[in-house]
Design a protein around this ligand. Structure first.
Ligand code: SF4
Ligand code: SF4
Length: 194
């Protein structure tokens, strides 16, 4: 196992919840809906390439509807994420927040052979990168692996959605595809947890 610590301390500046677009996976959305009781149609939005920088055109999570591309994101306003308490600047669903929020602002480092090497701080994000603390990164690796597995399934769901065309197709229809799948899985295997 590579580096266990990174010198960093979060100073709760709020940048990552105000200026960064959060892209949850379907499994994040299912967990958030289940644990908070909130309706995904109320807390998700579908953004276009004009709304976000840094996502490649060929990213497999772009949803395609009538020759336009959309990406599933947490709804936000000029004050930040839908789930940010605008007074306290705290996340109101902290225990249920998406895996991406749990990983931020850390970046996985791998060896040339794709082996885990450690974590560093992202260079291209606006986090102040305060170095006056020590973060244990071992739990981050477990979150990273879980997120990577979810992304494989996410890609497959998007491919299935993109492969279908029907009158009135909307990007929001994507929500029903994984919520339906989840419900179907539940019927087949009631004990399965996400
Ligand atoms: S941007 Fe960095 S310092 Fe600011 S709240 Fe997020 S993690 Fe903490
Ligand atoms: S879900 Fe919570 S932690 Fe994630 S961006 Fe929104 S307010 Fe921040």
């Amino acid at each position: 196992m590579g580096r266990y610590t990174v010198n960093f301390r979060c100073h709760s500046c709020g940048h990552c919840c105000t200026d960064v677009i959060c892209l949850p996976t379907p499994w994040d959305v299912i967990r958030m809906a289940r644990e908070t009781g909130k309706n995904p149609y109320r807390f998700l939005e579908f953004i276009t390439p004009d709304d976000i920088d840094g996502v490649e055109k060929n990213d497999p999570t772009w949803l395609k509807v009538k020759n336009k591309r959309y990406m599933m994101a947490l709804k936000r306003s000029a004050q930040g994420c839908h789930f940010l308490d605008k007074q306290t600047k705290r996340c109101t669903i902290y225990e249920s927040r998406p895996l991406l929020c749990r990983l931020y602002p850390f970046k996985l480092e791998e060896t040339r052979d794709g082996e885990f090497k450690g974590f560093s701080l992202h260079k291209d994000v606006g986090c102040p990168k305060n170095r006056d603390g020590v973060m244990d990164t071992e739990p981050l690796y477990e979150i990273y692996k879980e997120d990577a597995e979810h992304h494989e399934d996410y890609d497959a769901l998007v491919a299935a959605f993109n492969g279908r065309d029907y009158p009135g197709k909307k990007p929001e229809d994507f929500i029903a595809t994984f919520i339906t799948i989840r419900q179907a899985k539940k019927k087949a295997a009631p004990a399965t947890a996400v």
